[in-house]
Write a protein that binds this ligand. Sequence first.
Ligand SMILES: C[S@@+](CC[C@H](N)C(=O)[O-])C[C@H]1O[C@@H](n2cnc3c(N)ncnc32)[C@H](O)[C@@H]1O
Length: 274
Amino acid sequence: MCAQESSTPDYTMGFSEEMLESLRRFTAETHAGHLLPHLRPGLRVLDFGCGPGTISVGLAKAVHPGEFHGVDMEESQIDQAREIAQFRRQDKAVFHVGDVTALEFEDGFFDVAHCHNLLMHVPDTHAVLTEVKRVLKPGGLIACREMICESSFTQPDFGVIGKSWDMFQDLLQADDGHPQMGRELKGHILAAGFENVRSTNSFDIYSAPADVAFIHGFAKQWFLAPEIVEAAIKYGAATPELCAEMGAAYDRWKDHPGAMCALAFGEAIANRPQ
Ligand SMILES: C[S@@+](CC[C@H](N)C(=O)[O-])C[C@H]1O[C@@H](n2cnc3c(N)ncnc32)[C@H](O)[C@@H]1O
């Protein structure tokens, strides 16, 4: 139900400037810290659902002079990823437009496959994981980090901000997404035939004044953008009155000295059997 112009109209998040700004805050150091100790120069890495490539370039750097490939179904994201890779001097990183359920690589091509906030958006989790297993070498490593929407919170809540999270989860579900994927990872990864699963959890914390201002802007201009509100009303996930209340609550929240927001994540690392 992507509200903005894109080559992938069924993708919930869309590609508005606010959404892209949120993704640009991610780096390999801040959002793939569970994987970095497993990377070394010379490995061949896949980032499936790489988006604008801000995490990708850090992964590419960690395996240089190895090989890095990023795949995303949205052309505009691949264009951005190529630009960012040039800017960060990762000229060897290769980015492809493609679907993660039908990868263009031969069997056993990669040492490592990584994704961040991808599985929560793809309806058929098993199809993605079995396709990724196919392109991994025997013994190769998969590393996933996905949100747990139910465990994320905004404080103080004023009795209404949490409802914007409910609305987001309803919208994701309307697109056959998985709002709690971060806590379901271990089961899905085992079901796809991986072994040696190591699970962890973490929060992204937004508490410094600039982070609070960022979340406020994001909530007002993405969560509560006219297109999203229209979609939420259409899918029965909100009413115009509730959206107005949520907007006013976010304005109060921004100026509250105790304002903070915590996004909950689950991570899992596992191996393709030998
Ligand atoms: C929330 S973004 C995450 C981007 C990046 N991994 C990050 O965390 O910065 C999810 C990305 O997955 C991509 N995506 C969703 N379904 C896909 C599919 N079936 N095949 C390839 N990419 C997909 C979207 O285009 C989007 O760029």
